[in-house]
Write a protein that binds this ligand. Structure first.
Ligand SMILES: *[C@@H]1O[C@H](CO)[C@@H](O)[C@H](O)[C@H]1NC(C)=O
Ligand SMILES: *[C@@H]1O[C@H](CO)[C@@H](O)[C@H](O)[C@H]1NC(C)=O
Ligand SMILES: *[C@@H]1O[C@H](CO)[C@@H](O)[C@H](O)[C@H]1NC(C)=O
Ligand SMILES: *[C@@H]1O[C@H](CO)[C@@H](O)[C@H](O)[C@H]1NC(C)=O
Ligand SMILES: *[C@@H]1O[C@H](CO)[C@@H](O)[C@H](O)[C@H]1NC(C)=O
Ligand SMILES: *[C@@H]1O[C@H](CO)[C@@H](O)[C@H](O)[C@H]1NC(C)=O
Ligand SMILES: *[C@@H]1O[C@H](CO)[C@@H](O)[C@H](O)[C@H]1NC(C)=O
Ligand SMILES: *[C@@H]1O[C@H](CO)[C@@H](O)[C@H](O)[C@H]1NC(C)=O
Ligand SMILES: *[C@@H]1O[C@H](CO)[C@@H](O)[C@H](O)[C@H]1NC(C)=O
Ligand SMILES: *[C@@H]1O[C@H](CO)[C@@H](O)[C@H](O)[C@H]1NC(C)=O
Ligand SMILES: *[C@@H]1O[C@H](CO)[C@@H](O)[C@H](O)[C@H]1NC(C)=O
Length: 858
């Protein structure tokens, strides 16, 4: 990085200067000849060198050339005596380097300078007052540095100045009055500083003296006060930028004198009063930006004289009255922004002339009447925003002409009638906002032609009939809001194929039929609201597919699911999306069966008003939900003394919860807990478990899926272990939709209730451990030692027969009153001796007296 510091000799500055000087002289493409002339012109080399034609300029002292013979640098040896007279230097152009430090005072010595450009460097410090010595200066560019301090009044001495560019610095203070002396100035660029209104100054009235000004840029400062009327003297002004200051007062009518003005930016100030009618004299205006002020009154009809206008921005003011019909004269307009005012009256039909218009923003005014038929003439429109007015009537059919439209927003008006079928022509439409109007009739099937549609908002109207199946053509639709209408029939199947849908809200209609299994297709869904309809049938288990695959971020992956106030029946199977649920409401349906406990805990009101739902917890204090901490407390962090058995997959604890209920807890071994792939299969299996209904299979009440541990909570069976499990196993193996292999049948997993009925415990856990075959659960494959079929130990292939083996062991254990141990392997070997029944039967029981009973046991 090159640097200019105060005590650096001017020679060094010149050295740097030269390479840049050369670069401006050389534009566009420097020839070697012109480079040589430039060197010569500098006068820095003595005539004995510079005028000796036998010495190529690349051989001059300090001149560095590239391979092609072009100068790419100058590095004068230390102590080199620069020839020539610097006083004669007229051009110094150092723009676009990386100069830092401040501008040396010595710059004031370059008395012949006409052109001084230090723009786009990193110069800091203040502008030295010595700059005022450069009486010949016509062009002064310091823009795009980090210059601070204030503008020295001495700048007023530069009477030859034509261009003054100090923009994009950090200049503070006020604009010196002396600037009014620069009578030759045509460009004054002070934009993007921190110039402010100290004392009363603001923009000094003296600026009105700069009668040659064509460009005046004072935007992006902190100028206060009001715009001096003297600005009206600047009759040659073509661009006036005062935007982004704190200018108050009103726009002086004298502005109407600026007949050469093409660009007028007064936006983002605090200008009040009304728009002076004299603005209509600025017939050369192309851009009129008055937005984000406090302008009141009405739009002067004279604005219609500004027939060159391309951009008219009057938004975010306090304009009232009606839109003058004269606006129709502005046939060159491309953008018309009148939004967020208090405009009343109707949209003038004269807008039909604005055929070049691309953006028409009229939102948030008080416009009344119908949308004019003539809107259909604005065939270039891409954005039509009428939102938040009081427009009535119906949607004019001509809207179908607006084939370029991508954004149509007429929400929050009082537009009635039906949605005209012509709407189907808007093939480029991306956003379609119709909500909050009085639209009735049915949705035309032509809506299916809007192939570019991404967002369709039509909630809060009076739409009836059924949702046209053609809506299924809108493959890119991510949002469909039709809630709060009077739509009937059933939801067309085609909706469930809109794979991009993220938000679907059909609540508060009269939709019947059922929710089809195709709902599972909507993998991107994060919001589904069908509440307050007449939907019947059951909640399809495919709803479990709604876990969004679109977002990796879990926060964005949340699903809001509201199906309340319908006539849904059947059981609740939404375990698989449990951790993604942000909101759940299934209340006031006809659901039955058990409520998954985790859901009940997290969404306590989600199940109200379903009479047939298992009300297990209903009578309990709601504060006594089973919490992880309760489990930890009750089991003293799974203390061994509460352990009543251990199997291959986990240990069983008996404990009493704070609510007084005695439960059996099966805590899974750590290995599974640590496997991330386990989570989903765990949830799947819990879901399967709830599907199984058998008198001999123990009821799962709750489960906890926690980082620290996972466990299942069962009803506790008072009588400990083991009895007839054959029916349960048979049911699992043969009667379930898919055979289910328990894989951990042992006496520990069979519990008896107070009526000595046996229950299979934690059924399904074994199978779920096998679910992800890519994981190695070899230790778990073993089940509980002593109950595993020898075949399983070799092949690791679990099947129904292995389970029957385990059951056999349990049966032997029942008969023997203890684990059969080696006896089984002895029995299995062909050489095995016969074993006498009386030697193995449980000695605590009386030996059967009758032979028939003994034979049955054998
Ligand atoms: C030009 O330069 C050459 C080489 O340095 C030198 O021999 C010659 O005397 C010079 N001629 C003049 C007129 O100075
Ligand atoms: C500087 O300009 C003056 C007046 O134009 C002239 O007399 C003088 O020779 C110039 N000096 C140099 C070194 O070119
Ligand atoms: C204004 O512009 C015109 C046309 O370019 C020019 O002739 C006239 O001198 C300018 N006025 C002033 C005060 O510079
Ligand atoms: C604006 O133009 C009209 C004529 O169109 C003229 O009478 C009026 O004086 C002008 N106003 C200003 C402020 O220039
Ligand atoms: C400017 O507009 C007003 C009102 O619309 C009109 O009376 C006047 O003739 C227009 N002036 C010019 C120069 O067009
Ligand atoms: C429109 O606003 C103006 C100014 O506020 C008011 O005088 C006029 O009565 C309003 N017109 C209608 C139709 O509301
Ligand atoms: C401007 O608009 C007014 C009112 O709509 C109209 O009478 C006049 O003819 C228009 N002027 C031009 C030049 O188009
Ligand atoms: C509309 O434009 C036509 C010609 O293009 C013109 O005659 C008519 O006055 C314009 N209407 C308005 C209201 O500006
Ligand atoms: C507006 O459209 C209608 C119907 O297409 C046409 O007759 C009329 O000339 C158009 N108006 C303008 C100003 O183009
Ligand atoms: C269910 O819907 C009906 C009809 O829309 C409504 O009256 C009722 O308040 C709703 N009930 C609940 C609980 O949301
Ligand atoms: C399971 O573990 C065995 C032994 O460590 C290994 O050879 C095998 O590749 C593993 N299988 C999988 C699916 O990880």
């Amino acid at each position: 990085m090159m640097s200019i510091i105060h005590n650096l000799s001017l020679a060094v500055l010149i050295v740097i200067a030269f390479s840049c000087y050369n670069s401006i002289l050389a534009t566009p493409a420097p020839s070697k000849q012109s480079e040589a002339s430039a060197l010569l012109y500098s006068g820095w080399w003595s005539p004995s060198v510079a005028e000796n034609t036998t010495i190529p300029h690349c051989a001059w002292p300090g001149v560095l050339c590239d391979a092609s013979g072009s100068i790419d640098g100058i590095h004068l040896p230390y102590g080199y005596q620069i020839g020539g007279n610097l006083m004669n230097l007229t051009n110094l152009d150092l723009r676009g380097n990386q100069l830092c430090g401040s501008i040396p005072l010595e710059i004031g010595n370059l008395m012949s300078l006409i052109h001084l450009n230090l723009g786009r460097n990193q110069l800091s410090g203040s502008i030295p007052p010595e700059i005022g010595n450069l009486r010949s200066l016509s062009y002064l560019y310091f823009g795009g540095n980090q210059l601070g301090g204030s503008i020295p009044p001495e700048i007023g001495n530069l009477r030859s100045l034509i261009d003054l560019y100090l923009g994009g610095n950090q200049l503070g203070g006020s604009i010196p009055l002396e600037i009014g002396n620069l009578r030759s100035l045509t460009d004054l660029f002070l934009e993007g500083n921190q110039l402010e209104n100290q004392l009363d100054g603001s923009i000094p009235p003296e600026i009105g003296n700069l009668r040659s000004l064509t460009y005046l840029y004072l935007g992006g400062n902190q100028l206060g006060g009001s715009i001096p009327p003297e600005i009206g003297n600047l009759r040659n002004l073509t661009c006036l930028y005062l935007r982004g200051n704190q200018l108050g007062g009103s726009i002086p009518p004298e502005i109407g004198n600026l007949r050469s003005l093409t660009i007028l930016h007064l936006e983002e100030n605090q200008l009040g009063g009304s728009i002076p009618q004299e603005i209509g004299n600025l017939t050369s205006l192309i851009n009129l930006y008055l937005q984000e002020n406090q302008l009141g009154g009405s739009i002067p009809p004279e604005i219609g004289n500004l027939t060159s206008l391309i951009h008219l921005y009057l938004q975010e003011n306090k304009l009232s009255g009606s839109i003058p019909p004269e606006i129709g004269n502005l046939t060159s307009l491309i953008q018309l922004y009148l939004q967020e005012n208090k405009l009343n009256g109707s949209i003038p039909s004269e807008i039909e002339n604005l055929t070049s218009l691309i953006h028409l923003y009229l939102q948030e005014n008080k416009l009344v009447g119908s949308i004019p038929l003539e809107i259909g003439n604005l065939t270039s429109l891409t954005y039509l925003i009428l939102q938040g007015n009081q427009l009535s009537g119906s949607i004019p059919p001509g809207i179908g002409n607006l084939k370029s439209l991508t954004y149509l927003d007429m929400q929050g008006n009082q537009v009635g009638g039906s949605i005209s079928p012509e709407i189907g022509n808007l093939r480029n439409l991306n956003y379609f906002h119709l909500q909050g109007n009085r639209l009735d009739g049915s949705i035309p099937p032509e809506i299916g032609n809007l192939m570019s549609l991404t967002y369709l908002y039509s909630q809060g109207n009076k739409l009836s009939g059924s949702i046209p199946l053609e809506i299924g053509n809108l493959r890119g639709l991510t949002l469909l809001y039709l809630q709060g209408n009077q739509l009937g029939g059933s939801i067309p199947l085609e909706i469930w194929n809109l794979m991009s849908l993220t938000y679907l809200d059909l609540q508060g209609n009269k939709l019947g039929g059922s929710i089809p299994s195709e709902i599972g297709n909507l993998r991107s869904l994060t919001y589904l609201n069908l509440q307050g309809n007449q939907l019947g049938g059951s909640i399809p288990s495919e709803i479990g597919n709604l876990r969004s695959l679109t977002y990796l971020n879990l926060q964005e992956n949340q699903l809001d699911l509201d199906l309340h106030n319908n006539s849904l029946f059947g059981s609740i199977f939404i375990f698989t999306i449990f951790s993604y649920l942000n909101h759940l409401n299934l209340s006031y349906n006809r659901l039955k069966g058990p409520i998954p406990n985790n859901l009940r805990v997290v969404f306590p009101n989600a199940f109200l008003g379903n009479q047939d739902l298992n009300q297990f917890h209903k009578t309990q204090d709601p504060r006594r939900r089973i919490a992880y901490e309760d489990i930890i407390d009750a089991t003293e962090d799974f203390d061994l003394k509460h352990c009543i058995g251990t199997g291959g997959y986990g240990s069983v604890y008996r404990t009493r919860l704070p609510n007084g209920k005695v439960v059996a807890l099966k805590k899974l071994h750590r290995l599974e807990v640590e496997d991330s792939s386990f989570d989903e299969s765990f949830r799947n299996e819990v879901k399967h478990l709830t599907e199984v209904r058998h008198i001999s299979i123990i009821k799962l009440h709750d489960f906890c899926l926690h980082k620290r541990c996972m466990f299942l909570v069962y009803e506790y069976m008072e009588n400990g272990s083991l009895f007839d499990t054959a029916h349960a196993l048979s049911y699992m193996h043969n009667d379930c939709a898919r055979p289910i292999v328990h894989r951990d049948i042992s006496s520990n997993n069979i519990l008896l209730n107070s009526k000595m009925q046996a229950f299979v415990l934690d059924f399904g856990t074994a199978r779920l451990l096998d679910h992800n075959s890519s994981s190695n659960f070899t230790t778990n494959m073993d089940g509980t030692y002593g109950y595993i079929a020898p075949k399983l130990a070799y092949t690791l292939a679990v099947d129904v027969k292995c389970e029957v083996y385990s059951f056999g062991v349990v049966t032997m254990e029942t008969v023997m009153g203890e684990h059969p141990g080696d006896i089984i392997s002895i029995l299995l070997t062909s050489s095995g001796k016969d074993i006498m029944l009386h030697k193995i039967l449980d000695w605590r029981l009386p030996f059967p007296r009758e032979n028939s009973v003994a034979r049955s046991i054998v």
